[in-house]
Ligand binder design. Structure first.
Ligand code: ADP
Ligand code: ASP
Ligand code: MG
Length: 455
């Protein structure tokens, strides 16, 4: 079996879905489990609907929900114009999902209060809409396809907006659900991103979580491959939206890919790699707009050559600077500090320490108010919001002579606030002012990949 995940742009409209269905048709012999995201931009819209509902903006929420319904109904008609029965079936399901959403959002508007649980219900509708339409369209085009509600098998803890997968429960549930849905069919389809607690409470895996869904399903099925179909030719030496002349990386290791994703490369959800590593399942990153392309394969470390593979970045980070003279010559101070991060579930990326100062970076999407408040009880705390983090990633980069010189040469005029080289020698990260980040990333990329290289 293989798992094929199609992201938002791969299912954005009739043309993209038609292409996606033909890619799946070419893989039927490998028994695909198809995992789909919401149509491009739909999840963003659902977040806006949820935000409007939270402040009783009924009119604005309704207008967006009308757009959502019209887009999906229009798509069903376009995709299934030759097969009216399937088209009707798809439209009935779309209407039902949109009606449910409208009454749920109506209730939230009346209360003017949005819990994380309610938000999870609202933002997961995009995947339900897309998966149902594509399910009907695949059957309409002669691919007998079974449907699975991911909430029956992707089991998480009760963090509603960032559900932590329960690996054991998922491994128990997925094979049974998939084989039941496969009965008499050539393929099965399910939603990415959505999940549920063991009690059936709705959760989601966090933004970009469909990749993670695919690798969890792949792990549970012992799949022979996990394919992430997106809008670029594989994993590249840098984000092609920011940097010119990037190259496709043919092969990278699980570890390199995990570091890249964790340190900002949006092409994969940061946790996608972990389930695949456990079962040693190759992950392919492929372009649904260029299905003949080779893409990138992510494999075990031993297959991969040493050398720099990519430059990634996190544009918006927070640097938390913690000052205290009490840490001089005392033990247990760091423990006290990091316990506060742990209790408040704030994860730290980079750390640097000096005699009386600790600086840590965290992703700006995290809520740090409580951390700052609790640290301030025994330290001086200063949060810097105008910084970005750049990471150079590659296997055994420590062995590359002159890497630091090469990396920092283009930054001669920039201030560098923190530097960290991971213990695994896969990642060299540093912090710069946000307003120089893009230029710095482009210069470093040029220096490392467009001159004599660094391999
Ligand atoms: P999907 O909707 O298919 O999940 P995403 O938008 O989440 O797609 O991820 C694909 C995007 O990731 C690309 O369009 C690209 O801009 C971005 N990206 C960032 N870093 C990289 C990288 N190193 N290689 C390839 N793509 C990258
Ligand atoms: N639709 C979700 C999002 O936009 C999940 C995903 O696309 O992976 O975050
Ligand atoms: Mg994505």
């Amino acid at each position: 079996m293989i798992v094929m995940k199609f992201g938002g742009t791969s299912v954005a409209n009739c043309e993209a879905i038609t292409r996606t269905i033909s890619i799946v048709r070419g893989k039927l012999e490998q028994k695909p489990v198809v995992v789909v995201s919401a149509l491009s931009k739909v999840t963003d819209m659902l977040y806006k609907i949820a935000d409007h509902a939270a402040v009783k903006n009924r009119m604005e929420a309704s207008a967006l929900m009308d757009q959502l319904r019209a887009r999906h109904i229009g798509l069903a008609h376009e995709l299934m114009s030759d097969t009216p029965d399937y088209c009707r079936q798809a439209c009935t399901i779309v209407d039902r999902i949109c009606d449910d959403l409208a009454s749920f959002v109506g209730a939230v508007c009346s209360l003017g209060e949005l819990s994380d649980r309610s938000k999870a219900v609202i933002i997961s509708k995009g995947e339900y809409l897309s998966s149902n339409i594509i399910w009907c369209a695949m059957n309409a085009r002669g691919i007998k396809t079974g449907y699975i509600d991911a909430r029956k098998m992707i089991i998480t803890g009760n963090d509603y907006l960032k559900g932590e997968p329960d690996s054991a429960a998922i491994q128990t549930k997925v094979p049974g659900e998939v084989s039941a849905a496969y009965e008499g069919n050539d393929a099965v389809i399910t939603q990415g991103f959505v999940s549920a607690t063991a009690e059936g409470e709705p959760t989601v895996l966090g933004r970009g979580g469909s990749d993670y869904s695919a690798s969890l399903i792949g792990m549970a099925l012992d799949a022979s491959a996990i394919e992430i179909w997106t809008d670029v030719d594989g994993v590249r030496t840098a984000d092609p939206r920011k940097v010119q002349n990037t190259r496709c990386i043919e092969q990278i290791s699980f570890e390199e890919a995990a570091e890249m994703a964790h340190f900002g490369a949006k092409v994969l959800h940061p946790l996608t790699i972990e389930p695949a590593v456990n079962k040693n399942i190759p992950i392919y990153v492929l372009n649904s707009m260029n299905p003949e392309g080779k893409g990138t394969v992510i494999l075990q470390n031993s297959f991969i050559e040493d050398g720099v593979k990519s430059v990634s970045f996190k544009e918006n980070i927070l640097v938390i600077n913690i000052f205290s003279t009490k840490m001089i010559n005392t033990s247990g101070f760091l423990k006290k500090v990091f316990e506060i991060f742990s209790v408040n579930k704030v994860s730290v990326d980079l750390i640097s320490t000096s005699e009386a100062n600790i600086s840590v970076t965290v992703d700006s999407s995290q809520k740090i108010d409580k951390v700052v408040e609790q640290l301030s009880a025994f330290c001086d705390v200063y949060v810097d919001e105008d910084k970005s983090q750049i990471s150079i990633i590659g296997k055994n980069i420590i062995n590359i002579k002159g890497l630091l010189q090469k990396a920092f040469a283009p930054l001669a005029d920039c201030k560098i606030y923190m530097i960290s080289q991971g213990a695994s020698y896969v990642n060299l990260s540093f912090v710069v002012d946000r307003d120089v980040m893009t230029d710095a990333v482009c210069q470093i990329h040029k220096y490392l990949f467009e001159n004599e290289g660094c391999h």
